[in-house]
Design a binder for this molecule. Structure first.
Ligand SMILES: Nc1nc2c(ncn2[C@@H]2O[C@H](COP(=O)(O)OP(=O)(O)OP(=O)(O)O)[C@@H](O)[C@H]2O)c(=O)[nH]1
Ligand SMILES: [Mg+2]
Length: 356
């Protein structure tokens, strides 16, 4: 497999998500490939966890359980910001700095708005060109389609696989257009928010609830004509952040400035992130954060699976359209309808309940 190490991920057919070669068919083989840091095995493993097929889901669960003991030591960073703020350009610059420092980097993306096959990073080839070609970097586009919850769960799993494959820095990017920032903040150690110099009236277009998630705010495009505006934006952001409680004890949310194309400020951002992470580790907060995230993740899985089984249960399915129509038309109250459906679901699970 050594000859594949320097290739970009091309192990699956983007149209079908199906594996295109016969290698790594068994879970055990896949696990060994992942653990050996083989990029094709990693790509294939991620394709497996992204699959919604029932038999794939159970194989994916086995694989994830197997690799779990080999995860946890990576620095997990979330990066978000409004469209066009400079996320891709920033990740290219920061990522290059990180791999040149000897780290192995994985870049994952969550873009539930993207119906494009192959996800957002396809269009980013030009902006992450150098990084994509670097042997120390693994870039994986957002799984296309599906609702946010599903995409987020698969991305979380992909992150674990990357860690098992030896990537000690995992960046998870998302476009800041909705709920996806929350999903990302829930799976990373540190959350970085990008802001642009001229974002508009309400603090560079950042909503307060999102600002509260940030461990670091980075103002992009602090160069050329935009340099002065960037400094103004940074001052505004510092004032706003001053009023917020930091996410972690002992860490204040800094505002830093970068110019991604020239690289100005990038090394400082990295140094800051490493120091913040070290603080989380030594203060014991990282362990607590991750335990909390793991439990939340479990409940997330339960909720999603339960909702799926609920919709598929024959006793529910047979009346679902009718009940929905009745609620839509105002003939049945949502509460009564939900109760009725839940009772039917319960009786499907346990026929004895139906008698009561
Ligand atoms: N001058 C300057 N331009 C930048 C900087 N960062 C990004 N840009 C430019 O801003 C534009 C958008 O950058 P992207 O990196 O594509 O932004 P993005 O946030 O990934 O955008 P989406 O993926 O569409 O959400 C591009 O034309 C970049 O060249 C910067 O630090 N300085
Ligand atoms: Mg982008």
């Amino acid at each position: 497999m050594a000859d594949n190490l320097h290739h970009r991920d091309d192990a699956s057919d983007p149209a079908t998500g199906q594996a295109t070669s016969r290698e790594f068919t068994g879970v055990d083989e896949l696990r060994q490939g992942v653990m050996a840091g083989e990029r094709r095995a990693l790509a294939r493993a991620i394709t497996l966890v992204e699959s919604t097929r029932v038999d794939h889901r159970s194989r994916a669960a086995t694989l994830l359980d197997d690799v779990l003991p080999h995860t946890g030591s990576a620095l997990r960073i979330g990066i978000s910001g409004p469209p066009g703020v400079g996320k891709s350009t920033f990740i290219e610059a920061l990522g290059t700095h990180v791999v040149e420092a000897g780290h192995r980097l994985a870049v994952l993306a969550i873009d539930p708005t993207s119906a494009r096959t192959g996800g957002s990073i396809l269009g980013d080839k030009t902006r992450m060109e150098a990084l994509a070609r670097h042997p120390g970097a693994f870039i994986r586009p957002s799984p296309s389609g599906g609702e946010l919850g599903g995409v987020a769960r698969r991305t979380r799993e992909a992150g674990l696989l990357c860690e098992a494959a030896g990537h000690d820095v995992v960046l998870i990017e998302t476009v800041g257009v909705g709920q996806s920032e929350l999903a990302v903040a829930d799976m990373v150690d540190l959350f970085v928010l990008l802001a642009s110099p001229g974002g508009g009236d309400d603090l560079q277009g950042i909503k307060r609830g999102i600002m509260e998630l940030a461990d670091l705010v980075v103002v992009t495009k602090a160069d050329g004509d935009l340099a002065a505006a960037a400094h103004h934006a940074a001052a505004d952001l510092r004032r706003a952040l001053h009023l917020l409680r930091p996410r972690h004890d002992g860490l204040t949310t800094e505002v830093m400035l970068v110019s991604s194309p020239t690289g100005t400020g990038i090394a400082e951002v990295w140094t800051h992130l490493v120091a913040a992470h070290r603080h989380l580790v030594t203060s014991g907060q990282l362990d607590r954060l991750r335990s909390h995230q793991a439990t939340a993740w479990m409940w997330d899985e339960v909720r999603a699976e339960l909702a799926l089984r609920f919709r598929q249960a024959p006793a529910v399915r047979s009346v679902l359209a009718q009940v929905e129509a009745a609620v839509e038309a105002g003939r049945t109250s949502p509460t009564a309808a939900a109760q009725m459906l839940l009772n039917r679901f319960g009786s499907d699970l346990n026929p004895e309940l139906a008698a009561t």
